[in-house]
Design a protein around this ligand. Structure first.
Ligand SMILES: [Zn+2]
Length: 768
C-alpha cells in the first residue's frame, strides 16, 4: 500500500469512527449506558457456604432437624372440641447447641384476645353482609385458642414454658447438644371453629338440615418450628396469612371419632380391617386395580343413611406417616368416598376423594380423576410422587393443602346445576392443592417467609397440569373450549397487575404478610414469570431439566430462593441474574416497542451524513477510496432508480470487490439482498426481555426472530438492528403472540396499528 492511500484510509476510519463516537455520546447523554440490569446478584444473595453451595445444591455440611410425633387425638363431635396428648421427639442435627425449643401454636391466632385482627387497617365499609356485620360488631369473639394443660418431660416433670402469641418457648432440663434427642409431651384442647362462617384453613362445616358437621382438621396440634442455617429458629408469628415452616418427621397418630364417621388423613391406615366394614374392604380391593374409573368405597345412598342417626360409640383410626412435614385429617358421617389407582413409575398410588352429597354431580365425576392427572404431571415435571395416596376432600370455600390430603371448594347449586366457573374452579383448585404435595410438602420451602416459593412454583406447574388434564379428559371441557381455560400462567393474564398502580405492587421477593394483592404477587406473577422463562426465554428442554434438578436436589429438604435461582442457572448455562433481578426483586414491567423503521438502498454516492463529516474534518470526498453507502428511501440523496434493484446492481464498488475477491464458486452462492431496514426498538418498560419480532414480507410469508435480552446490556432505552432482505418487508410486529406480558402493545407494530382503548371497545359494545 502506498503512503498516500494509507493516509486517505485512515481519514475514512477517522470519519466513520467520529460518526460512531457521536452516536455513543448521545446515548450516554440520555443516560442509557452502564445500567445495572445485568449485574450479578452478589449483593442480594448470601455468600455460599458449607450448608448451601454456589451451584444451588445442599452443601457438604447441610443438615436439617427432625421432629417425630406420637399423638392420641379425640374428637368431641357433640361439643365441636378436639383434644390431644402428644409426645414430640426432637433431634438436633445442627452443629449448634440449643438452649430452648420453639413450638408453634397456630390455633392461638383464634384466642379471644388475639392481636391478629388489630394489625388490619379496616375503616368502616359503606355496606356489609349481615353475617360479617354480626361477627364483627354484635357477638363476642370466638374462643378457639389452645388450652395447654401440661408440658412435661419423659419423667413427668413440668417443663418451664412461655407462650408469646402463636409461639411457645420450651426449656429443657439441659441444653440440647449436636446429635442429641429430647422427648417431651404436651396435653391440649381447643374449640373447633366454623370454617365457613368464620373463615380458616381448618374447622368444620355445619349442615343444619341434619344437624351434622364435616371436619377438616389441620395445624391442630403444637408443632415444632424450623431451626436451620438460614433463620436459626423460624419463630416469626402466625398472623393468619403467611403459612407454615415445618421440619420433617414421622407421625404415629390415633384419632378417635364417632363410630359412624369415616376418616382419612396423612399416612398409612394401620388398622383398616378394624375400621372398614367387610363391604368397604371388598370395594377397596377393587379400587386398587381400577386405573380408569374411581370405585365407591362409601356410596351416596350409604352416606345419606348415615346422616340420619348419630352413634354414641367411637372408633379409633390409626395412621402412620414417615418423613412428612405435617399432618391433617378429615372426618364426618356425611361423606361419600371413592378411590382409583394411578400408575407412577413402577408403583401404584391411590387417588382418593371424600365429599358430601352437596358436591355431586361434579365431585363423583371429576375429583379423583383430577387428583390422578395432577400426580402424573407433577411427577413428570419433578420426581415420582413418593407417597402411597393423595386425597381430595370437598370443603366449602376451602383450598388448602397438607401432605397426602387437601381441602377443595366447588359446589353445584342445590338442584345439581353448575356454571363453567364452578366446574373449572373445582378442577383447578384440586390440581393446585394436590400439586402442593410437591411444593412445599416435599420440596419443603419456608412458607412463612417466602409465599412465592410454594405458591408460585406450584401455580406454574398447575398451569402445565391443567393443560394435560384437558388433553387426557377432553370430556371435562365445556362446549367451545379446545383447551383448559387456565386463570394463571399465560403471559397476557398478568398484564393488568404488572401495568397497574405501582403504589400497590410489591416485589415477589417480599415476605407474604407484607405484600399488596397477595394472589397476583405470590401466585400469578411468579407462575407467569416461570412460564415465560420456560416458553420464551430458555425453551422447554433447558428449563424443564433445571426445574427437575432443583426439585430433586431439594426434595425432603429445605430450599431458599437462592437455591432455586442458582440451580436454574447451574443446570442450564443460562445467565438468569437479569431475569431474577427484574422479575423477582423489582416491580418493573415489560414494554418493548418499535420506535422507528428506516428503509435503505446502497449506492456508490456518499450520503449526506458522510458529506457533512467530511466537510467538518476537511476531507476531500474525491480522495476517499471507493466505499458502499446507505441511502435512505425518501432522503435528499435518494434516487428512484435505486429501487427494486439488487445491491450488486446498485453498487459498482461492491460488484468490483466481489469480482476481485470471490471465486466463481463463491460468487454463485452469494446473497443479493435488495432491501435494507434499520429497525429501532424502544423499551419504555423497566424489565429487560428478549425482543421477539415477526417480520412479514410482501409475498405474505413471515419470519420470527428472537434477540436475546442481552441486546439491552449497553442501552436500556433503545437498540437498533439492520435487516438485509431479498423480499420487501411490509410489517413488523413485536411479541405477536403476547408471550412476554408486554403492558402496552400500542407501540408493538410497524406500521402503527390502531389499538382501541378498553373504553372505546366498551362504548362500541354498548352501542351494538
Ligand atoms: Zn396454594
Amino acid at each position: 500500500m502506498n503512503k498516500f492511500k494509507s493516509v486517505l484510509l485512515s481519514a475514512v476510519f477517522v470519519a466513520v469512527g467520529a460518526f460512531a463516537q457521536a452516536q455513543e455520546k448521545t446515548e450516554r447523554q440520555q443516560g442509557h449506558t452502564n445500567n445495572n440490569k445485568f449485574k450479578q446478584l452478589y449483593d442480594e444473595f448470601s455468600t455460599p457456604n458449607m450448608f448451601r453451595t454456589a451451584s444451588g445444591a445442599p452443601g457438604p455440611a447441610y443438615y436439617q432437624q427432625q421432629a417425630d410425633y406420637k399423638m392420641d387425638i379425640v374428637l368431641d363431635d357433640e361439643n365441636a372440641r378436639i383434644s390431644g396428648s402428644e409426645t414430640i421427639t426432637y433431634t438436633n442435627n445442627s452443629p449448634d447447641t440449643l438452649n430452648y425449643l420453639w413450638v408453634q401454636l397456630d390455633q392461638n391466632v383464634r384466642v379471644k384476645d388475639s392481636p391478629s385482627p388489630l394489625i388490619e387497617n379496616d375503616a368502616a365499609q359503606p355496606a356489609d353482609t349481615p353475617g360479617s356485620f354480626a361477627d364483627t360488631f354484635l357477638t363476642e369473639p370466638f374462643d378457639g385458642g389452645f388450652n395447654i394443660l401440661e408440658v412435661k418431660d419423659t419423667n413427668g416433670r413440668d417443663l418451664p414454658h412461655m407462650i408469646n402469641q402463636t409461639m411457645m418457648r420450651v426449656e429443657m432440663p439441659k441444653p440440647l447438644a449436636t446429635g442429641e434427642k429430647f422427648s417431651f409431651s404436651i396435653k391440649w384442647w381447643y374449640n373447633i371453629n366454623d370454617h365457613v362462617n368464620g373463615r380458616g384453613r381448618s374447622g368444620y362445616e355445619y349442615f343444619p338440615e341434619d344437624d351434622n358437621r364435616a371436619y377438616v382438621i389441620a395445624q391442630f396440634h403444637p408443632r415444632m418450628a424450623v431451626y436451620n442455617d438460614v433463620e436459626g429458629w423460624q419463630n416469626s408469628q402466625f398472623w393468619g396469612r403467611d403459612e407454615f415452616a415445618l421440619p420433617f418427621g414421622n407421625f404415629e397418630v390415633n384419632i378417635t371419632v364417632p363410630a359412624d364417621h369415616i376418616l382419612d388423613g396423612t399416612g398409612k391406615l394401620m388398622n383398616r380391617k378394624e375400621v372398614f366394614s367387610k363391604e368397604m374392604m371388598k370395594r377397596y380391593e377393587k379400587a386398587k386395580k381400577s386405573y380408569d374409573e374411581p370405585v365407591l368405597i362409601v356410596t351416596q345412598e350409604e352416606a345419606e343413611a348415615a346422616e340420619k342417626t348419630k352413634s354414641k360409640e367411637t372408633k379409633t383410626w390409626k395412621l402412620y406417616a414417615e418423613n412428612v412435614r405435617d399432618f391433617g385429617f378429615a372426618t364426618s358421617r356425611r361423606w361419600i368416598w371413592d378411590m382409583m389407582a394411578v400408575k407412577l413409575g413402577d408403583k401404584d398410588v391411590m387417588a382418593v376423594s371424600m365429599y358430601p352429597k352437596e358436591g355431586n354431580p361434579l365431585w363423583e365425576q371429576w375429583s379423583t380423576k383430577a387428583v390422578a392427572s395432577t400426580l402424573k404431571t407433577f411427577s413428570r415435571m419433578t420426581f415420582d410422587y413418593p407417597y402411597h395416596k393423595a386425597i381430595s376432600v370437598h370443603a366449602k370455600n376451602q383450598g388448602m393443602e397438607y401432605p397426602m390430603i387437601c381441602w377443595n371448594y366447588g359446589r353445584p347449586d342445590k338442584d345439581g346445576n353448575y356454571s363453567d366457573r364452578t366446574k373449572y374452579g373445582m378442577i383447578s383448585v384440586i390440581i393446585h392443592e394436590v400439586g402442593h404435595n410437591f411444593f412445599p410438602m416435599i420440596v419443603n420451602s419456608d412458607e412463612r417467609q417466602w409465599t412465592w416459593m410454594d405458591e408460585g412454583l406450584n401455580t406454574f406447574t398447575q398451569y402445565v397440569a391443567e393443560q394435560d388434564f384437558a388433553e387426557w379428559y377432553p370430556d371435562a371441557l365445556s362446549e367451545g373450549h379446545d383447551k383448559y381455560p387456565s386463570r394463571r400462567g399465560p403471559a397476557a393474564k398478568i398484564v393488568d397487575y404488572m401495568g397497574g398502580d405501582q403504589n400497590y405492587i410489591a416485589p415477589i421477593m417480599t415476605k407474604g404478610l407484607n405484600v399488596y394483592q397477595f394472589g397476583n404477587n405470590a401466585y400469578g406473577k411468579p407462575a407467569t414469570a416461570l412460564n415465560i422463562l420456560r416458553e420464551s426465554v430458555m425453551g422447554r428442554e433447558l428449563f424443564d431439566y433445571a426445574f427437575k434438578e432443583y426439585s430433586n436436589r431439594w426434595k425432603f429438604k429445605h430450599p431458599t430462593p437462592e437455591d432455586f435461582f442458582r440451580t436454574m442457572e447451574d443446570a442450564s448455562a443460562f445467565d438468569l441474574d437479569w431475569f431474577w433481578r427484574g422479575w423477582f426483586y423489582t416491580t418493573d414491567y415489560v414494554d418493548i416497542g418499535i420506535k422507528d423503521v428506516k428503509k435503505y438502498y446502497v449506492s456508490d454516492e456518499p450520503n449526506a451524513e458522510i458529506r457533512e463529516i467530511a466537510k467538518q474534518r476537511g476531507i476531500n470526498l474525491n480522495d476517499l477510496p471507493p466505499l458502499v453507502y446507505f441511502v435512505e428511501e425518501g432522503s435528499v440523496d435518494f434516487n428512484e432508480s435505486l429501487k427494486g434493484k439488487s445491491v450488486l446492481e446498485n453498487s459498482t464498488t461492491l460488484n468490483e470487490y466481489i469480482m476481485d475477491n470471490f471465486s466463481s464458486a463463491e460468487r454463485a452462492k452469494i446473497k443479493e439482498p435488495k432491501y435494507f431496514y434499520s429497525v429501532t426498538f424502544e423499551k419504555p418498560g423497566g424489565l429487560v426481555m428478549p425482543i421477539i419480532v415477526e417480520y412479514t414480507y410482501a409475498d405474505g410469508t413471515s419470519k420470527m426472530e428472537k434477540y436475546p435480552a442481552q441486546i439491552w446490556r449497553l442501552n436500556d432505552a433503545e437498540v437498533s438492528k439492520t435487516i438485509a432482505s431479498e423480499k420487501e418487508i411490509v410489517s413488523i410486529k413485536v411479541d405477536p403472540n403476547l408471550e412476554t406480558a408486554d403492558v402496552d402493545t400500542s407501540n408493538n407494530s410497524w406500521p402503527r396499528e390502531e389499538v382501541k382503548s378498553k373504553f372505546d371497545s366498551f362504548k362500541e359494545g354498548v352501542k351494538n
